[in-house]
Design a protein around this ligand. Structure first.
Ligand code: SF4
Length: 165
């Protein structure tokens, strides 16, 4: 008997509060039985200790990009994924994680300069599509669940994956 074809998915978090990850794990309460038939969660650090990024169909990326190291990591993910979906306002717009880009007082800027100098931070916090090509976006802070579900369904269809296939 042929094995059920599955959508190979990765879920990644960068600079953010990870609330969309929490929301996603909550969704598993209702959708785990259905999803495990059609989705392989190949990279999902919130739930598994063994994770791989090779051969992803879709990478869901939450959070803004706040360092050169993170920029390299998202580029690496892009290189391993056929499609990339930005999840939540921080990934889609940069905000609120990018708030520090807009601080204007000298006192605050001096403190920021200290952190920029002493830790692994880039000068500006970037939204995801300033660093890599993004194919879809799930807006919301945290993500809008109905749009996330629509996008997941879209990719299942795109890859001709259904529980009855
Ligand atoms: S979009 Fe909102 S909920 Fe999501 S990580 Fe950013 S701040 Fe947190």
């Amino acid at each position: 008997m042929d094995q059920q074809k599955k959508l190979v998915v990765g879920w990644f978090s960068f600079t953010c509060s990870e609330d969309s990850t929490i929301l996603f794990t909550e969704l598993l309460n209702d959708h785990l039985d259905e999803w495990k038939k059609v989705v392989e969660f190949r990279y999902l650090k919130a739930l598994k200790s063994k994770n791989e990024i090779a051969g992803l169909d879709v990478a869901f990326i939450e959070g803004a990009v706040s360092s050169d190291t993170q920029a390299e990591e998202v580029k690496k993910i892009r290189g391993h994924a056929k499609y990339v979906v930005a999840v939540g306002a921080c990934a889609c717009t940069g905000m609120p994680s990018a708030s520090r880009n807009e601080f204007v007082s000298d006192e605050v800027n001096q403190k920021i300069a200290y952190y920029l100098h002493h830790f692994d931070y880039s000068q500006k916090v970037k939204k995801l599509d300033e660093v890599i090509k993004v194919d879809d976006q799930v807006p919301g802070c945290p993500m809008t669940v109905s749009i996330f579900l629509e996008i997941l369904t879209k990719y299942l269809k795109l890859f001709n994956i259904s529980p009855d296939a």
